[in-house]
Design a protein around this ligand. Structure first.
Ligand code: NAD
Ligand code: DAU
Length: 332
């Protein structure tokens, strides 16, 4: 598997994976990305030009996708509409990209016999109560809440069907919330960091006690590479790093890191259908594939992330006004 095709490689996690693979292996990488509002060519700066190629295009373009599959040994599929709040205000692109796009890729995998890895989310399992002792496992029934998570759940089910019915050589991973550099400022952690940099108080939905299970994007990338190389065809692997934190905890760490009073935030109108808590049991990945996360210190990871946004205003500034204008409409 020397030649990788990465869809959505100009986005947050896809670009992290591309940087990670090119820094840690001898593989070549082609990125296929439509460059929606969420994609940024600047996220791919500095990559070795002899091992990296960028193709602008849509994963729903069957002719382009089939041609690219034929030129590669494996495909890692990150491209998606990824933001829950956008899926509530406009679900159409989520159905198109996440469902029709995945279907288009699976048909190309079927036609070309190329190895396929599907990137998905823990949100397909719905949510947990704050005091539930259980965490999500590979056996947890699907129960998605939002248009985003339901289209991701549907895309996972398409992959399972194409494996069983057509023998497509696919694996699936479902990961918890990622943080790190190059994440769009619409998302929780970069939104609050860039708000503080702009002198604006962070905004927490509802009571701020919802819990997310945070993992550094580099740990997600190392896990995906491990599954691609050693995972068993047809299997699903959950990826996490024991990073459960309430949104209040996260904002307090950001404020402290940035030298602000830890109560300098506001509670705003809640997200409709807001999932209460996610938590991942990643023991299958550890026991079967020997993977371990490297980033165990969340405060240190946040400090690095704050430093990245401080130093890379030219990367995020062009996104900021549009993202905040969308939140203003929702009163958030
Ligand atoms: P992102 O929104 O930052 O990036 C998505 C990328 O996909 C962008 O570069 C965009 O231009 C591209 N894209 C969108 N529609 C496309 C299309 N039709 N054709 C080609 N390219 C298209 O998303 P992200 O946060 O990096 O998430 C990447 C993947 O990881 C998604 O599948 C998401 O469901 C999954 N995931 C994300 C997280 C997280 O915490 N962000 C956690 C688990 C899983
Ligand atoms: O769990 C994995 C998922 O994590 C991925 O599949 C999604 O692509 C990714 O966007 C993320 O989804 P969330 O909805 O959990 O992430 P978001 O960054 O939008 O919000 C994280 C938490 O913070 C959530 O409880 C909502 C809350 N929030 C968010 C924003 C933007 C706030 O309280 N205030 C905010 O301003």
């Amino acid at each position: 598997m020397d030649r990788l095709l990465v869809t959505g490689g100009a986005g947050f996690i896809g670009s992290d994976f591309v940087h990670y693979v090119l820094a840690n292996t001898d593989k070549t990488v082609t990125v296929l990305d439509k460059l929606t509002y969420a994609g940024s060519l600047a996220s791919l700066d500095g990559l070795p030009s002899d091992r990296f190629r960028f193709v602008q295009g849509d994963i729903c373009d069957a002719a382009l996708v089939t041609q690219l599959f034929g030129e590669h040994d494996a495909v890692v599929h990150y491209a998606a509409e990824s933001h829950n709040d956008n899926s509530l205000s406009g679900p159409g692109p989520f159905v198109q990209t996440n469902l029709v796009g995945t279907y288009t890729l699976l048909e190309a995998a079927r036609a070309t016999n190329v190895r396929y890895h599907h990137i998905s989310t823990d949100e397909v399992y719905g949510d947990l109560e704050l005091d539930d002792p259980e965490r999500f496992t590979e056996q947890t029934p699907y129960n998605p809440s939002s248009p985003y998570s339901s289209t991701k759940a549907g895309s996972d089910l398409l992959v399972r069907a194409w494996v069983r019915s057509f023998g497509v050589a696919a694996t699936i991973s479902n990961c918890s919330n990622n943080y790190g550099p190059r994440q769009h400022v619409e998302k929780f952690i970069p939104r609050q960091i860039t708000n503080v940099l702009d002198g604006v108080r962070p905004r927490l939905y509802g009571d701020g006690r919802n819990v997310r299970d945070w993992i550094h994007a580099d740990d997600h990338s190392s896990a995906v590479l491990r599954i691609l190389e050693r995972g068993q065809i047809g299997e699903t692997y959950l990826i996490g790093a024991d990073g459960e934190k309430s949104n209040r905890d996260v904002v307090e760490i950001i404020l402290e890191t940035m030298g602000q009073p830890t109560d300098a935030y506001d509670l705003v109108v809640d997200r409709p259908g807001h999932d209460r808590r996610y938590a991942i049991d990643w023991s299958k990945l550890r026991e079967e594939l020997g993977w371990e996360p490297q980033y165990r210190d969340f405060r240190a990871g946040i400090a690095d992330t704050v430093a990245w946004y401080r130093e890379n205003e030219s990367w995020w500034r062009p996104q900021k006004a549009e993202a905040e204008a969308k939140y203003a409409i929702a009163g958030q």
